[in-house]
Write a protein that binds this ligand. Structure first.
Ligand code: ATR
Length: 281
């Protein structure tokens, strides 16, 4: 006889993306669940863009309670949910979906708070009055623009392979501060205080061609991508003697903690998880 009660079953969560095999999210959420004594499982779901809507809805109807959303689905996720949090509505990109009242789906975006928390809290950077260059104009960048602009930066420049996407994005956020979009070739010095790589070029082992004069010994270079060893972006920054080059492990863990908070009502301590990841990575 099986005496196992339904309440003993772990609540199901996961991340949808394509590709997804490189994801550390199961490890991170596994550590969070253990530390906070939450009975949850967290799995990877590789879903191709053309199946995103159907398969994601199917996961929720089959009992999944929350999903993280990653590349390339963040904008499609904003269209899928029934309701957006104000920060997800501003970004028009969703990285966290939660089930509300057992039927509705709410979409949130925790990327921005993940990045600003990593920059300010873990890396002790003061962002006020800084000149910031962001490479890329996709879903990842959409999520971080509002929280960055709230820091009263001196200037944000978005540069993208497809310049029109950068210009469009800059226009969308122009009410929040000084923000301009352009192509990589239009970039020029003086060197920036902070350069953030939000392109997915690293995933293909590529670094866009950049003009000279963007980096000096004071520049902090932050790659939203993460992985073992250097990325093409961190190698580029190091070759130009940037003050500091950092990969996005901190952003990854901080955004995950915010997702966990949305789903479980508890914000786990991120320090031990970040330490575990950066020792491995
Ligand atoms: P994400 O959700 O990660 O932002 P995305 O919306 O597909 O994914 O956006 C990927 C970003 O990386 C875009 O800014 C893209 O540039 P385009 O808008 O020109 O497509 C950028 N990107 C991808 N591969 C790149 C490469 N090899 N060199 C430069 N930029 C690249």
């Amino acid at each position: 006889m099986n005496l196992r009660l339904d309440s003993d079953k772990p609540d199901q969560y996961g991340v949808v993306g394509h590709p997804i095999t490189h994801s550390w999210s199961p490890f991170i959420h596994g550590m969070f669940a253990k530390a906070t004594d939450q009975n949850v499982v967290y799995r990877l779901f590789d879903i191709e863009p053309e199946n995103f809507r159907r398969e994601t809805l199917r996961l929720f109807t089959s009992g999944v309670r929350g999903l993280n959303v990653t590349l390339p689905h963040k904008q499609a996720a904003a269209e899928l949910v029934n309701e957006l949090t104000p920060r997800a509505a501003r970004a028009q990109a969703v990285n966290t979906i939660g089930l509300v009242h057992d039927t509705g789906l709410i979409g949130d975006n925790t990327d921005g708070v993940g990045l600003t928390r990593d920059l300010e809290h873990n890396l002790s950077l003061d962002l006020a009055a800084k000149r910031v260059l962001i490479l890329g104009a996709g879903g990842a960048v959409r999520g971080v623009l509002a929280p960055l602009l709230e820091r009263k930066l001196r200037e944000v420049r978005i540069a993208n392979r497809t310049p029109s996407r950068a210009r469009k994005l800059a226009k969308e956020f122009a009410d929040l501060g000084t923000i301009v979009g352009c192509g990589f070739g239009e970039l020029e010095g003086p060197p920036y205080d902070l350069i953030i790589n939000g392109t997915s070029a690293s995933l293909q082992g590529e670094m866009p061609d950049m003009p000279v004069g963007l980096v000096n010994e004071e520049t902090v270079c932050y790659d939203m991508a993460y992985g073992r060893g250097h990325t093409p972006f961190t190698l580029w920054a190091k070759s130009l003697h940037a003050r500091r080059t950092t990969k996005g492990w901190g952003m990854l863990v901080e955004q995950a903690a915010e997702s966990f908070l949305l789903w479980r009502g508890i914000r786990p301590d991120t320090k031990p998880v970040l330490e575990a990841l950066t020792t491995h990575g």
